[in-house]
Every structure is written in structure tokens, then in C-alpha cells.
Design a protein. Structure first.
Length: 280
């Protein structure tokens, strides 16, 4: 496994791989790797000849300075984890390497980037589009892998790839969970032991809501999820929306779409956790 810090060196290495018509797979991450990330890497290794993993905490997608400062950075540990996965290149650039000058591009992806996370974190998805497009231009992968925990992000990246005509296939991989149901996230490391015990309430409540969703209307299911989680004084739902899984527009009735997903963001103490569940 080779660790590369510059775009130039990365392109040189990958040009040699491409000369042999090797299929390039790519997993973009912000580091603090866990089993969820490693599952993406395993998919990538299995389905491609060369696996590239990037580790870069992207400043332009944080609209909260405190969140950027406290985001875990564990490059050495991350590389040790990747060593045994079959990953061939780790791309770990500096902010100066990725942004030699400010990126002033603004994107308009319509509804998929304006609702939910887009509404609560202004500029977040613009920053995501900036960095992921830069990484795609650097790696030029055939396949890229993203986790479904970041459900809305995948929709935004698909819209970006289409808009910019980037020739890459976006592969969405299932959420990886702890034994108690909590969706794996780098932010979980910031939970105190007490809050870590409470956090699985999110996934448990979402799962319960699917059992009676057909019999209750959409509004009743939303109220159930929000009220159940908010009963815990350490938990606060920022939003829970049930949406068309393709357009991300809110639905009013279960017959409004063939693919329906519930997306949630919850503050567990000060830690902001996201999750989602499919209804149909």
C-alpha cells in the first residue's frame, strides 16, 4: 500500500495502472475510519483491480467551525486499518494541496441539495460537491463507493456527476451498524459512555416505525418517531422527514412513491447523528 500526498504523484501512479487497462475503484473518506468505511473498501477491492482511498477532512463542507475543529483526525491509525484490506493507494492531501486557491464554484442541484441537511447546514453540499468533484478529477475512477448512512449525500453526488458529465459509476453500499443497531459513524467516538448507551434509541425507533407504517398515515409515523426519541432528555430530533427516495421530496401519503425513505438527524448531547430507514 502506498501513501500519496500530491495530486501529481497520484495521477502518475494511476496513469501506469490505467496503461494496463486496470479498473480503478475509489472510496473518498474524511478519515477516522471504522467498519462502515472498511466495508466500502472491501466492496471496492472486490469489484476493481486497483482501490484508492482518500483521507481528507474537507473544510468547505463544514458550516460549523467547532464541528470542523473537533472532527477526529487519525491518519496513522487509518492507514494501519487499510493495510490489510487490499487498498493499493491512500491519498492523504493537505488543504493547501486540494485548495491552492479558494474554490468559488457554486452548484445548483435543485431539491436534493436544498431539503433536510441542505436546509439545516447551508453550504454543506456545495462543499461536498467541490471536494468530491476535485477528488474525481484527481483519481478519475471507474467506480466510487459511498455509504447509505449519508443517503442525501449520495443523491447530491449522483446529481453532480450527471451535471458535470463525470464518467464514474456511483455505488451505494448498505449501512453498517453496531450490534445494538447504532449506525457506525466517526462522530460516535465523541459520545460519552452514557450517551453511547442511549444512541441506539434512534435506530430502534426507526425500525419500530416500519412495523406500523402501512396502517398509520405519514404524519402519524413522523410524530411517533420524533416524540419517542424526544422523550429522552439527552436526545433532540432536529428533523425527521419521510421522502421519495429518488427526488428527496417529502411525501404526504404512502402511495406517493414506490421508493420511500425516512431520514433523521438527532442531537445526542452535543453530537449530531444521522440515520435513515427504508419503508418501501
Amino acid at each position: 500500500m502506498k501513501i500519496v500526498n500530491s495530486i501529481k504523484e497520484l495521477k502518475q501512479n494511476l496513469a501506469l495502472e490505467k496503461q494496463d487497462n486496470k479498473l480503478i475503484g475509489f472510496v473518498p473518506t474524511m478519515g477516522a475510519l471504522h467498519e462502515g468505511h472498511l466495508s466500502l473498501v472491501k466492496h471496492c477491492v472486490k469489484e476493481n483491480d486497483v482501490c484508492v482511498v482518500s483521507i481528507f477532512v474537507n473544510p468547505t463542507q463544514f458550516n460549523d467551525k467547532h464541528d470542523l475543529e473537533t472532527y477526529p483526525r487519525t491518519l496513522e491509525k487509518d492507514c494501519a486499518l487499510l493495510e490489510s484490506t487490499g487498498c493499493k493507494y491512500v491519498f492523504a492531501p493537505t488543504a493547501e494541496e486540494m485548495y491552492p486557491e479558494p474554490d468559488t464554484r457554486t452548484f445548483d442541484f435543485g431539491t436534493v441539495s436544498q431539503v433536510m441537511e441542505g436546509a439545516k447546514r447551508p453550504g454543506h453540499f456545495n462543499g461536498v460537491a467541490q471536494i468530491v468533484s476535485k477528488l474525481f478529477y484527481a483519481v478519475e475512477p471507474d467506480n466510487a463507493y459511498f455509504g447509505e448512512k449519508d443517503f442525501q449525500q449520495i443523491a447530491v453526488i449522483r446529481a453532480m456527476v450527471k451535471q458535470l458529465n463525470i464518467p464514474v459509476k456511483i455505488n451505494a453500499c448498505p449501512i453498517v451498524r453496531e450490534a445494538d443497531g447504532l449506525a457506525l459513524s466517526s462522530r460516535n467516538t465523541r459520545l460519552t459512555p452514557g450517551l453511547r448507551q442511549k444512541a441506539p434509541l434512534i435506530a430502534r425507533t426507526l425500525k419500530e416505525s416500519t412495523t406500523f407504517a402501512p396502517d398509520k398515515n405519514v404524519r402519524e409515523v413522523i410524530d411517533y418517531v420524533v416524540n419517542t426519541i424526544n422523550k429522552d432528555s439527552d436526545m433532540e430530533v432536529e428533523y425527521y422527514e419521510i421522502v421519495d427516495g429518488n427526488t428527496l421530496e417529502s411525501i404526504n401519503d404512502w402511495s406517493d412513491a414506490d421508493y420511500i425513505v425516512g431520514c433523521i438527524t438527532v442531537y445526542c448531547g452535543e453530537v449530531r447523528l444521522i440515520d435513515n430507514i427504508r419503508y418501501k
